[in-house]
Design a protein around this ligand. Structure first.
Ligand SMILES: [Zn+2]
Length: 169
């Protein structure tokens, strides 16, 4: 009888079948709860990321200000809401996190071990979205540049890069 229950999931005993069914429901229920909790935590974290400025963004804003350029933050009237932009001078800057935008050949652009396929696809879509944003802005006559999170560790290099970009306008 035990053999039948374990290997075929069927039994003439109602109690046995009921027990298995309940165990299965409970396991799925726990898993579903964990997944819900995880996804609500993830969305909360992603909302927080979107609402507050990241450290690299603050660094870039401070440098651009110091260089004497005025800008708008996340202008809703421009494609992709660039992190910094000036519509009349036609430039737009994106400050990209190396993980989310999957910076090529960067140590910060790791791929989580679990759900690997999901993450690879997510990064591919993020990068495609970045390309579309740039294409749309360039079609409007904007010059665009990306400052990567890892570049912000070296203020002098970022300052040089930003000066070249902004002075070139
Ligand atoms: Zn990087």
């Amino acid at each position: 009888m035990t053999f039948l229950i374990d290997f075929h999931g069927a039994s003439s005993s109602l109690r046995g079948r009921d027990g298995i069914a309940r165990a299965r429901v409970r396991k799925d229920g726990v898993k579903a709860t964990q997944e819900r909790l995880l996804s609500s935590l993830t969305s909360a974290r992603m909302r927080a990321v979107r609402q507050s400025s990241t450290r690299p963004e603050l660094i870039v804003r401070s440098i651009v200000r110091t260089l004497g350029y005025s800008y708008r933050i996340c202008s809703p009237s421009l494609p992709g809401r660039p992190d910094l932009s000036n519509a009349s001078r036609k430039w737009a800057l994106f400050v990209n996190g190396c993980f989310w935008h999957h910076h090529r050949d960067c140590k910060l652009a790791t791929i989580p071990k679990s759900n690997r396929a999901f993450w690879i696809d997510k990064f591919r879509r993020n990068r495609e979205r970045d390309r579309v944003k740039t294409r749309l802005l360039r079609a409007l006559g904007f010059r665009t540049a990306v400052v990567w999170q890892c570049e912000c560790r070296d203020t002098q290099t970022v300052t040089r890069k930003l000066r070249r970009f902004l002075d070139g306008i």
